[in-house]
Design a protein around this ligand. Sequence first.
Ligand SMILES: Nc1ncnc2c1ncn2[C@@H]1O[C@H](COP(=O)(O)OP(=O)(O)OP(=O)(O)O)[C@@H](O)[C@H]1O
Ligand SMILES: [Mg+2]
Length: 310
Amino acid sequence: MKRKYSLEFCVPFLLVFILLQVGWFIYKLVIMPDEGCHKELTLSVCTILVLLALLWIFTSKMSRQNKILEENNRKLSELDRMKTEFLANVSHELRTPLTVIMGYSELLEERLSKEEDETNLKFVQTVHRKSEDLLSLINDLIDFSRIESGKLELRLSLFTLEEVISETVEELATNVQKKGHNVQVNYGSTPLWLLADRGKIKQIAVNLLQNAIKYTPFNGHITVRTYMQGDMCCFEVEDDGVGIPEDEIKHIYQPFKQADSSYNKKYEGFGLGLAITKSLVQSHNGSIQVRSEPGKGSLFIVSLPREKNV
Ligand SMILES: Nc1ncnc2c1ncn2[C@@H]1O[C@H](COP(=O)(O)OP(=O)(O)OP(=O)(O)O)[C@@H](O)[C@H]1O
Ligand SMILES: [Mg+2]
């Protein structure tokens, strides 16, 4: 790469030298012909020829390097495509046996609770819970590979943002309770209608709320708000949790990136939630913003275009 830049810098210099030499040559030959300057003219022609030869060598080297770069880019894109395909295939293959495990563990849970076998029931409940975590991770991987390969499809329908938020808060109530958080939901005065993919909008809300629950120490405060801003329907999730260091904020939307990526990190997760969230928001022509301060908390704001024909 370094060499490519040095060549790119050399070419304009060479061109300037050549032009100066040609100018000087014309000046001496036509404008100010001077007897006895043949030696100088011959030297000038030689210099021009040498410079032209150098120019030719440099440009052909540059075009060779460009060809190599293009080839490398093509190979990288191919490898990237193969990685995405591999990720999608493996995730699909893992999902099938996992759903079977989950089905049987549910069945066992029912049977053991009828038999009042507390010890075994706890084991089976753990198997079921961990399988659910694994399934959510696999689903994230499938979504991510769909987004990466541009195969994300939106199934549009008409619904209100408020109904999706209510559903999400209800579904995550157990997680909220486990951490003793206080969740407040503030809706605007009029319902916010969206023509969007309901499942995907819910996924956005789930990811943001799950993060707020996860990254807020016990007995924290989480607020979800919906409101209108111009032509955009906005919803925000605010927490008074651990916050994100300033230099980490730019990385949080990158896949597989976590602010704490140390080996013995405190929080579980794969670092896919926000990467998927951002892509889903963008696929709906929306935007996502974050404000955060370490030790004080974070605020994520999602803006989505309002459906005007309601
Ligand atoms: N509400 C929040 N408070 C503090 N940090 C956050 C918050 N939301 C996200 N982050 C930071 O951004 C990183 C990326 O978030 P993301 O949701 O993509 O991944 P994750 O939660 O670690 O894993 P996953 O969502 O895949 O289970 C997190 O690891 C965390 O460091
Ligand atoms: Mg997350």
